[in-house]
Design a protein around this ligand. Structure first.
Ligand code: PLP
Length: 356
């Protein structure tokens, strides 16, 4: 058999998962838990899948140290469904949104259909290359919404503004990458496909007290959070494969030492790449230094060195580097270095940047 060339996968999402998760998932697709059947052809009500669901919840709870005040839900529709499901459920009067990029803007657009949106701060004027700080959060708001990591612009919140209003955060692209104090958040959501598992499932961590603050409007049963909480995320057929593969990936993370351990590795990887960019005479990082993301590293050629683009692209291709084309709204390059990205792969890219 022809040997497969090693590919360094810097894709922004769906993105790299641990080899362990891929291998375990393949095994379960062929023979799930000794049933002789594939994991995707058995009832989700059977004891084998119930164990997967229980294990996935336990792993999320342990990894993020989630208190009993919060429910853990596995939903569908992606983070984009949360953009409207959150205001549909909890926006009665007004809500405060921090605008840090494309995903924040989409969340704001959806919320406006349900109530007043106060944009407390925005970095739109500088193409979202930093995270604004020093804004006020109206204490009469129903909630405050922010995006912890801006996948497209390569910026990341380094801390969160704790206020008297419920704190809601889109953590799609940095969940499980660093410890967070979940007790301070009322709702955290994340599409799985950046740092947790395959596309098709959305993790929601919700403070049970929030159910009492549900807006007085008709909400379809499927779009009420407590519907899914009461049914253990099995009100209807859950995305069984996405949950199964996520469970394996979270098991890998736990065995590695959890979020504290991966945070150290993530910092090391980000440091290797940002140092190479900062030391290069040809490249420049697009995000402000103190807003830099440890998950998505965005960089461009300096105006006067654009001519090196083809050479750089070819070197990357030869080295097996995949998925570093920047998003069209930033241009240049974006190296996504999620949890499962090995340090060695980051080093390969850094060496090309340094050797150019
Ligand atoms: C990718 C992404 C989304 C969109 O997720 P879907 O699951 O595709 O709807 C939302 N927010 C952030 C921060 C993202 O990175």
């Amino acid at each position: 058999m022809e040997s497969i060339k090693k590919i360094h996968n810097f894709s922004a999402g769906p993105s790299i998962l641990s080899t362990y998760a891929i291998e375990q998932s393949i095994a379960d697709l062929q023979n799930f838990s000794g049933t002789g059947l594939s994991a995707i052809e058995v009832s989700h009500r059977g004891k084998e899948f119930q164990k997967v669901m229980d294990d996935a919840c336990d792993l999320v709870k342990t990894l993020l140290n989630i208190p009993d005040t919060h429910d853990i839900l596995f939903l569908q529709g992606g983070a984009s469904t949360q953009f409207f499901q959150i205001p549909m459920n909890f926006l009665s009067g007004k809500a405060v949104y921090l605008n840090t990029g494309t995903w924040s803007k989409k969340a704001i657009t959806e919320a406006k259909a349900y109530g007043e949106v106060i944009e407390c701060a925005s970095s739109a004027h500088s193409n979202f290359n930093y995270i604004p700080t020093g804004y006020d959060i109206d204490s009469s708001a129903d909630y405050f919404h922010c995006t912890s990591n801006n996948t497209i612009f390569g910026t990341q919140m380094q801390g969160f503004p704790y206020s008297s209003v419920p704190l809601i955060c889109d953590m799609s692209s940095d969940i499980f990458s660093r410890p967070v104090d979940v007790s301070k958040f009322d709702l955290i959501y994340a599409g799985a496909q950046k740092n947790m598992g395959p596309a098709g499932v959305t993790l929601v961590i919700i403070n049970k007290e929030l159910y009492n603050k549900t807006a007085h409007r008709h909400i379809p049963t499927m779009l009420k959070y407590d519907t899914h909480a009461e049914a253990g995320s099995m009100y209807n057929t859950p995305p069984v494969f996405a949950i199964l593969a996520s469970m394996h990936n979270l098991k890998w993370l736990k065995d590695l030492g959890g979020v504290e351990a991966i945070q150290k590795i993530n910092e090391e990887k980000a440091n290797i790449l940002y140092s190479a960019i900062d030391e290069s005479p040809y490249f420049i990082g697009t995000a402000e230094v103190n807003s830099r993301s440890k998950m998505n590293v965005c960089f461009v050629f300096k105006e006067e060195h654009q001519a090196l683009e083809e050479k750089f692209n070819n070197l990357c291709k030869e080295a097996g580097i995949s998925g570093i084309k920047g998003h069209r709204s930033v241009g240049g390059y974006r190296a996504s270095i999620y949890n499962a990205m090995p340090t060695e792969s980051v080093q390969v890219l850094a060496d090309i940047i340094k050797g150019l």
